[in-house]
Design a protein around this ligand. Sequence first.
Ligand code: ATP
Ligand code: MG
Length: 206
Amino acid sequence: MIITIAHQKGGVGKSTIAVNLAVEMELPIIDLDSQNSCYLFSRIREKNHGKPLEVYTPGNLSELKEFLRTRKGEELLIDSGGYDNDLNRYALVVSDLVITPVSPSQIEVFGLEKFLKILRKAKQYNPKLEAYVLINNADSRSLSEIRDLERFIEGEDLFQLLNSKLFRRVDFRRAYQNGLSVCEYKPNSKACRELRALIKEIKLHM
Ligand SMILES: Nc1ncnc2c1ncn2[C@@H]1O[C@H](COP(=O)(O)OP(=O)(O)OP(=O)(O)O)[C@@H](O)[C@H]1O
Ligand SMILES: [Mg+2]
């Protein structure tokens, strides 16, 4: 079972979500982020807390293929890079589930339309791929933008919308800086509650 956090658009929260899911669901990550955000997180985590997180950073497509061959059948997370290249496309082709974080604004909807084209192509090679949009970095005061985004996604047959949402919470940034998931960092926070709800929902689709 491979879950990929993907969007060709940068800065939507892929790595933030990937590290939080990896810690809380105890899954290894394949880090395709060009800044190696998950790998760097795991370094802070190991140094500050001695807690390991398995992160693999393939250098090229054949290394990625070889890694996936040796770990066949395992549950894995992929943090896809914020651009369209051969590794990120391959990740979609081998995934069972793709989660695309989007924040509610018109500019993000345009970005999502572009990703739909990439996804449509991936689906031709991988018809079993299930694609979900996750509203992330949402502002609790922008309910009408959230509603607009929900309407756009509901009108698209390729995607389904996850009921869970992650709001803009400073704890996500601070937890990353500390090498922790938001639930390790602040167990009673809203961010942790939202993450737990998301994980519960993801498990329904696994
Ligand atoms: N729910 C959230 N609340 C607050 N800040 C967030 C949230 N999600 C993401 N961020 C912040 O947004 C920024 C971009 O997030 P992140 O690096 O995870 O995005 P990305 O999609 O992985 O980017 P890239 O495409 O460059 O790899 C970071 O500073 C991160 O802390
Ligand atoms: Mg990233």
